[in-house]
Each structure stands twice: as structure tokens, then as C-alpha cells.
Ligand binder design. Sequence first.
Ligand code: CA
Ligand code: NI
Length: 579
Amino acid sequence: MAERVVIDPITRIEGHLRIELEADAGKITDAWSETTQFRGLEEIVTGRDPRDVWAFVQRICGVCTSVHAIASISAVENAIGSVPPPQARLIRDMVLASQEVQDHVIHFYHLHALDFVNVAAAAGADPAAAVDFARQIGSTWRGNTIERMTEVRDTVEAIVSSGQLSIFTGGYWDHPDYRLPPEANLMAVAHYLDALEFQRSMIRIGTVFGGKNPHPNFLVGGMACTIDQERSESINQVQVDDIKKWIAESVDFVRSCYVPDALAIAGVYKDYFDIGAAQPNFFAVGMAGATFAGNPADTPVENAHTEVEAGVILDGDYSRVHPFDPSKIAEWVSSAWYSYSGGDVGLTPDVGETTVDYTGPKPPYEWLADNREYTWCKAPRYDGKPIQVGPVARVLLAYLRGHERTVEIVDDAVAKLGIEIAQLNSTAGRTLARAVECLTSVEILAERTFPEFVDRLKKGDIEVFDATKWEPSSWPSECAGRSFVEVARGNLSHWVRIKSGKVSHYQAVVPTTWLAGGRDAEGQVGPYEASLAGDGQHPLVDPAQPLEPLRTVHSFDPCMSCAVHVLDPDGRDLAAVTS
Ligand code: CA
Ligand code: NI
């Protein structure tokens, strides 16, 4: 007899996500991904000056801030024919890279690791054994000292014995499937705390170029910062030296701490390479940070990541990559609380509609999944198929495209773990892929993007804004544009139409929407749902402590604020349905 399990809210994510499950004999038999938070910003920009839109859509999310702004200015530039100078593009690349690296580190240590690392069990650990464990897994992180491990152990002991677990309250610390030895738990908790420090300095790069964080400043046609060696309020040598130092620290942290930790944890939980597979369809427009606007068939990638072309992997066939065709993207609202004027069809984002149609029960409710509609998240499909975006899609694409460094890191990891490439489509695979691309991203930032920026500076190139297309009088009376950006959680696209100098239509297709969306008109489930219930084998040992599904959902790095980014066109407050 199937048992119904509700996890609401899913913790350690951005925003509100509810998962309803049916389970039988310790296995998940069905799953529904439910976004119960309604919010958003797309409609608010209609009728506005397209040059202002980035500032509004950046507020789609408080975590993925700069990425929406960059997607927006790129789409608007694509529509009006504006071309930012090379230095502005390099600055955007650095901002994207710092955001992505910070995001991946936060995800691994602060949002996901505690699914595998038992904080409470670190209390009894031997600091010397923790240092030994770090050495064994190849971690050369400078924090691996007996003094540091002792300090962290004493802190954890004090927290545990106080009975007030603070931020660690609510964890399933009694769950039998925490497998790490005490010294590994201690090492991981120490790195968790070190990562808190690290992420703060990493995001400073975006703060320097954007003036503040979160929500840095951007500009259609370039960047809003000025470069001037003579002025303290401009980007000058002091900041360039700081950025160089922060990038070096990032390379060190990712290489010596994050990657070895991710490999070690994946090795202990190796069965999770056979758990949590979603549909084996993937798409990405390049490596992390890849940005381009327009049609991938005739528009070159606009940044440093030119070596991996956009592509699509379908039906688990890892022997070939299909060309990416944006016209094959459509969003369905069959299971979502919206309606389309044309009925239950898929709409391409350039003509997408956002009409609220809440048909769910009045809260509080116990079970949503008996209704055909159960979420605020649309269901995007590519060529009619549910598809995975994100680090795993990008790493698979880069691997199949033969990107040398990716091939090297992946082959090494796959050999160490004794897994097949196809097993990257799994809970552990998504987490491993995130670490792999964090390393390639930080290396590209250190070895290519930043040095190129500095080289240009040395040659006197301080141009960060092109004013040719600034005035609306220089634009066509009607135009449309779009941009694709590979951000931390996956492919982000913004689609804009402009009429007489104002936005007439705007849509964003966000990574978490691709992944968290529900069933479409054909009844095909979304990737979260497939990962939990696709094969009927996903474990759920104790419905009162649903640790295993939490591991799988967290492996996607959900960002629900991004997923549900639409706004009631009348601006009505719909808070009642979210309470
Ligand atoms: Ca609907
Ligand atoms: Ni977000």
C-alpha cells in the first residue's frame, strides 16, 4: 500500500519548493514537484524603457542576481544591434565567473554537503585523524591543521552539548544512512566554515565591477564602471591587484579543498551514481559563463568560452551532439496555475503568455497532487522533451565536444570512482559535475579572462561603453532579441520584443524552471519528478526523515525564486496562496 509523503518546505534552497511523494516498501513510486510560491517580474517590465529592464529582472532572484541582468542587457543589445566593447564583455565574463564559482561553493558546502556530512557526528572526532583523512583524499587545503580541526571540533561539541543546534536544527542527524567516519565529518565541517569565508571574497569581484552586491550595476552597450588609473573611484591598479589575489585564492580553494572533498564524498556514497537519474536529455550553449545572443547558427559566442559550441544530447545517446535550435523551446502550463489563450499547447518564449489561473485548494492544504494543476512553475520542453540543464549538461557537452581540460578532469574522476560517463546522470553525478566545472571555470578566469583584460589595460584599452545605439531614435521601430547565458544552475534565456522604444513583450526561461516544472500535456513528468520516481527504485527508508529524496532534489541546486519569476499582470498581491 503506497504511502504519501510531503516534504514542505524543502530546506537549504532559495525560495519555496514542496515535494509530494508516494512510496512503497522503501522506494519512491511517484513524485510531484510543486512550486507553492508565487512572485515575479516579467510583466512589470512591459511598457518600460528596455535600457532599464536589467534593473527590474535582476530582482527575479536575490541569489542569481547578476546573471539576470547580463541576460537582459544581452537580449536588448541583440534586439537593437548594440555591440559592447571587448573590455565590457571581459568584465561581464569575470562577473559571471565569480558569481558561478561562489554559487557552486555555497551549494556544495552550505546547501548540499549536510545531506552527506553529519555535523553532530563531528563532535567526537579525533582532530589528528581528520588531518590524516584530508591527506588521504588528496586535499592540500591550508586549513587542514590539527589546531584548526581541534578548534572546529570544540565548537561543534559546544553547540551539540548546548542542545541548541542553531543553523543545524532540523537536520536528520539520527538517519542511519550518514556513512562518513567521524574524522571525515569533522574535516567537512571545518571546510564548511572555511567556505563561508571564501565565498565572501570571491563575490568581491562582482562588487568591484558592479559597484555593489547583490544586484550590481549594468549597462546596455557596456558596463557602468569606469577604468582610470588616476582616480580612486574608478577601476584602478589597486582593484586590479585585489582581483588578481582573489582569483588566486579561488583557484587554490577549488583545487585543494572543493574538488577533493566532492570526489571523496561521491566515493563514499557511490550508489548515488545509480540513484536519481532524470531523463537523459541535456542542453547547453557552451561551458559555464558562455553567453550569446541571437541565433546560435550564425551568432558567435561572445566571450572567452568559444571552444565548446552549443549542443543538445538526446535519449541517452552520448555518442553524438545535436545542433541547438532555439525554435524548439516551448513552455507548457498543463500542470501549472496559468492558462494560455490558445488552450493546452506549448508556447515558444517569444510569444509566451503569463495569465494567472489558480485552481488549487484554499490553503492550508494537505495534498496537491490529486489535481491536474499543482504548481506555479511552467514546464519547458525542448523538441517536446523534458531536458536537463546545468553543470551536468555543460560538462557532458564539453566532454563530448572534446574540451581537453574537461576530458582530463572527468576521465580522472571517472577512473577514480569506477563509474561510466552515463552515470553522471544521477544524484552524485550532478554534484560531481558541478565540482568539475567549478575547476574549469576558475582556471579559465585565472588563465584567460583576467589576463586578457589586464593585457588590454596595459595597451590602454579602457573603453567599456559603446554609445552608438544608446538613443532609442537609433533603433528599429520594432525589433526582437534574445540571449542565452550559461549560469550556475544552467541555461538562462531572456526574450524581448521592443516597439516604439518600449518593451512590448518579455519572457525569461530560467534553469530551475527547466528542471522543477511538472507534467506537460502528454503527461511527461519534469526532471525533478523523473529523478525521484522515474525508475521506481529511489530509496526512502524512513518517511519521517526523507533524507534520500532531499539528496536528489538538492543535487539540482534549486532556485525557486528564479523558477517562478512571473507576475500577476494587475500586480495583485497573491500572498494568500503562499501562506
Ligand atoms: Ca494550466
Ligand atoms: Ni535564482
